[in-house]
Design a protein around this ligand. Structure first.
Ligand SMILES: [Zn+2]
Ligand SMILES: [Zn+2]
Ligand SMILES: [Zn+2]
Length: 258
């Protein structure tokens, strides 16, 4: 079994947005309160997160994350990486590092932003000690096979991930995406659960809107789809009421057992 906890489902500003008085930002529905996008995944043998945004510390405290074996980073936009230093709680002993799986390009950006940690000079207890793992194809996290999914999202190299369990069940996570190349779409076909970017209803230059997300789910023949990376233009209850039965709006704290 793979347990997925949505640590955050919001776009780069989070929801509510600073200084906004719109109906969603003022909503009493807890599902309209969104930290920046992150997933916590627990398999039978390992635990990892996908992305460590600016809310990462609060997300770990809220969800009760006590241990991590690895981290996966989709791309180096600030809403996905700025909490990386809080991983030091998981590398507390001097000899304890944490594998950071990302593309070579993303790792290069991480090294620039968090040079003090990646330089390897600071091995003191309590310091962040990342262990760079550049992926160039599928890799294993314990019993789960992870396939990086190259997608188009503005100008920065961006990946989603396909997680395949031993029994064949597949979950795909694509948090930031405007276009899915054909070779990536082929990997997504008949996925059991698709978690996908759906920023808002209107079009956006570097993110799927809701109809593009629905079209992707339909094309991939996803059994079940969850929309994420949501802006304040999406009110949870209102959007979900109009969706097909097999498409749901993700929310912070949602737990799926797959
Ligand atoms: Zn983002
Ligand atoms: Zn608002
Ligand atoms: Zn992004």
């Amino acid at each position: 079994m793979l347990r997925i906890t949505f640590l955050g489902t919001g776009t780069s500003t989070g929801v509510p947005m600073i200084g906004c008085d719109c109906a969603v930002c003022r909503s009493d529905d807890p599902r309209d309160k969104r930290f920046r996008c992150s997933l916590w995944m627990q398999s039978e043998d390992l635990q990892w997160v996908v992305d460590t945004g600016p809310d990462f510390r609060s997300q770990c405290l809220r969800a009760g994350v006590k241990h991590l074996d690895a981290v996966l980073i989709t791309h180096p936009h600030v809403d996905h990486i700025m909490g990386l230093d809080d991983l030091r709680r998981f590398t507390f002993a001097e000899d304890q590092s944490i594998p950071v799986h990302a593309s070579a390009e993303t790792l290069k950006a991480l090294r620039r932003v968090f040079n003090y940690a990646f330089s390897g000079l600071n091995r003191y207890a309590g310091y962040l000690k990342p262990d760079s793992r550049a992926f160039d194809g599928p890799f294993l996290l314990g019993s789960v096979r992870v396939t990086p999914l190259s997608v188009r999202h503005g100008r920065v190299a961006t990946h989603g991930f396909l997680f395949q369990q031993r029994d064949g069940r597949k979950v795909a996570y694509i948090s930031d995406c405007k276009e899915i190349p054909e070779e990536t779409m082929a990997l997504l076909m008949d996925v059991d659960v698709l978690i996908v970017d759906a920023l808002r209803l209107r079009e956006h230059p570097s993110h799927f809107n809701v109809s593009e997300a629905l079209e992707t789910a339909r094309k991939a023949r996803a059994r079940l789809t969850y929309l994420t990376h949501l802006s304040h233009e999406i009110g949870h209850a209102k959007l979900e009421a109009g969706l097909p039965d097999n498409v749901r709006v993700a929310f912070d704290g949602l737990v799926l057992d797959i």
